[in-house]
Each structure stands twice: as C-alpha cells, then as structure tokens.
Design a protein around this ligand. Structure first.
Ligand SMILES: Cc1cc2nc3c(=O)[nH]c(=O)nc-3n(C[C@H](O)[C@H](O)[C@H](O)COP(=O)(O)O)c2cc1C
Length: 324
C-alpha cells in the first residue's frame, strides 16, 4: 500500500485541485470512481485565520470523499499556522456528522498564476521565495501531525523548483506535486514531464506528477518516463471520472476498460444525485456537464446548451437528450 507519511492510500492516481470545479460533489464522484486522493480547491489561509463564514462553507467535506487534502494559499506563515490549527479543531467533530471538516493532509499552493495571485504575491509568486515556502511549511507542520505537502510549478519566470523542493523538504513537507510549467506559460505549451523526472531524482519526498494526462495510458507513460510515485489528473477528469477507474485498472495490469455512452450516462446521473444530495446548484453542476460533451457529433451544441442552462432540471433534460 502506498503512503504519504502515515497516510495510507488505496491507489496512486489523484484528482487535482481545480477552483470552481472540485466541489464536494465532484470530489466524491471521483473517489467513487477510484481517485486515491482529492483536494479542495485553493482556499485562503488568511480568510480561515480570520474565521470568514463564507470560507468555512468552502471547507465542507464528507466522510465518503476521504482522504482529502485542504489546499491553502497565502504568503504569511502566521496565517497558515492559524488556518491549520482552526481546521484541526473543526475536524474534531464526530466523523459521522455531515457535513464535516475533517482533512487528512494539508497542501500549500505554489502554482496559482492568475493575475490576482501575482498581485497578491501568493500562488506561483512563492516560487521566487524558497525560504518563505520553508517557513510556511514549518508553521503548518507545527500545528498538525497530518502530512503537509505542496503543489508547485517549475517557477514563476525562471525555474526554481529544485530550490523550493529542497527548502520544503528541509521544513518537513512529506510530498510534492509538480505541474511542470512556468507561471508565465499557458496550457498551449506541453507540460515538461522530464522536469518531474529531475525532481524525483533530487528529492526523497514522494513526487506527484501532473500535467497533460488525457487518456488512461498517459498515467502509465508518465510513471514510466518520470519515475513519479503518484499521478494527478485535472482537466481530463471533468465530465469523466471514469478515467480514474480506467487508469487504476491499467496500473493493476488489467486491460483498459472501454467507456461507452452508457458509462457516461450512469456517471452523469450519479453526479446529479450528489449535486442534489449536497444541495448544490446549477452553477456547481455546469462545468462537469460541459466536460461530458466532448468527441461526438453535436457536442458543441450540447456544451452551449449546458452553459446556458438556468436550472438543474434543464441540465438533466439536455443530458438525457444526449446520453439517455
Ligand atoms: C479551472 C482550473 C482551476 C484550477 N485551480 C487550481 C487550484 O485551485 N489549485 C491548484 O493547485 N491548481 C489549480 N489548477 C491547476 C491544476 O490543478 C493542474 O495543475 C493543471 O490543470 C494541470 O493538470 P491537467 O493537465 O491534468 O489539467 C487549476 C486548473 C484549472 C484548469
């Protein structure tokens, strides 16, 4: 069984954190389809430290999606210490309480490259400050016995990932995810998997490889090319949690499971059940359903219809029309 510190994991393919996509329903769906671990989207350490009610809402979890990591962003070590302490305290509620706030690991965001992050000097901006990354990790570690990890890019404008990894490891980080692009690069450039290999050679921490996994075979390919310990999937899982089932089967040496329309239908219906069960709304469901509409005749119209839908009933109607 694979581990990150004391955390035992039932597989090795993770769901990547994605703002506005990886809500509680989508994370639960991906766990049901075999993702070994999920993350919350990035959440402000400062907002938790000052006990913002809106932020607590974003932190809701449920027992079925564990193991789950809480991903934090910010740049002040003190905020991170306070945020982890508060999260730990919230996690002391009974595990059977739903929703609950129990996390299995904490993750530092060193990858977000949106203009707001650059202006606020968090996310990928931290890649220019390896010592600060070490201080933040130390502060997080001092407030929890659970694994503290980080997710980074290659650097902001120049590559600093090896220095950042070294400081993080010294400070006690127990795993590191690499999305191998600079903060200045967009998704049109292919993720540089050879950098994941470089990182793996330079650190003792388990390495989580990420970027451009599109089909099940890519998981095996990334593992073979880079020697990474875990693989992380973002965009390709949207509308396609079945990818985790396929990838897990391949990793176990089984043949890849074929995905037919029926599988998409069953998965989409389950997602709607989860959306309703967690009392989420149409905007929480949309990104997933837009993701289902790929690679068939009429997909562009279906995507457009999903994007314009104003209710969950409308989403279901469009879904049934295309996949039922
Ligand atoms: C819509 C969107 C939102 C994202 N939000 C986050 C986030 O909250 N935290 C984070 O570390 N990375 C975030 N990312 C980056 C992904 O986790 C991942 O590193 C990136 O998409 C590359 O993986 P992929 O090629 O499998 O999608 C986001 C990416 C996308 C497309």
């Amino acid at each position: 069984m694979k581990r990150i510190g004391s955390l035992k994991l039932g597989g090795e393919v993770f769901l990547a954190p994605m703002a506005d996509y990886t809500n509680i329903a989508f994370r639960t769906l991906c766990r049901e389809y075999g993702a070994a671990m999920v993350y919350t989207e990035l959440i402000s350490a400062k907002a938790i430290a000052v006990k913002s009610g809106k932020t607590f809402k974003m932190m809701e979890t449920n027992s079925k999606e564990r193991p789950i990591a809480l991903q934090l962003f910010g740049n002040n070590p003190d905020d991170f210490g306070k945020a982890v302490k508060i999260a730990e305290k919230m996690g002391e509620r009974k595990k059977s309480d739903e929703p609950n706030f129990t996390f299995d690991a904490y993750d530092l965001n060193c990858g977000c490259s949106v203009p707001k992050a650059l202006k606020g000097k968090y996310g990928v901006a931290l890649m220019e400050k390896p010592k600060l990354v070490g201080e933040i990790i130390s502060e997080m570690r001092s407030k929890t016995k659970k694994p503290v990890m980080l997710k980074m890019r290659l650097g902001y404008k120049t590559e600093t990932f090896l220095e950042v990894a070294e400081e993080a490891e010294k400070a006690g980080a127990l795993a590191i995810a690499l999305h191998p692009r600079l903060g200045t690069e967009d998704y049109s450039e292919k993720a540089k998997w050879e950098k994941i290999k470089e990182l793996k050679k330079s650190t003792k921490m388990p390495v989580i490889g990420n970027g451009n996994i599109a089909i099940p075979a890519d998981v095996l390919e990334m593992k073979k090319e880079t020697g990474c310990d875990f693989e992380m999937i973002g965009r390709a899982a949207v509308g396609n949690a079945f990818l985790f089932r396929q990838a897990s089967a391949l990793l176990k040496g089984a043949n890849v499971l074929v995905k037919y329309r029926k599988e998409t239908f069953v998965e989409g219906k389950r997602f709607l059940e989860l959306i309703n069960g967690f009392k989420l709304g149409v905007n929480d469901a949309k990104p997933y359903f837009i993701g289902t509409a790929r690679g068939f005749e009429g997909a562009a119209e279906a995507r457009n219809a999903f994007a314009l839908a104003k209710s969950l009933e409308k989403i279901e109607e469009i879904f049934n029309k295309n996949f039922g």
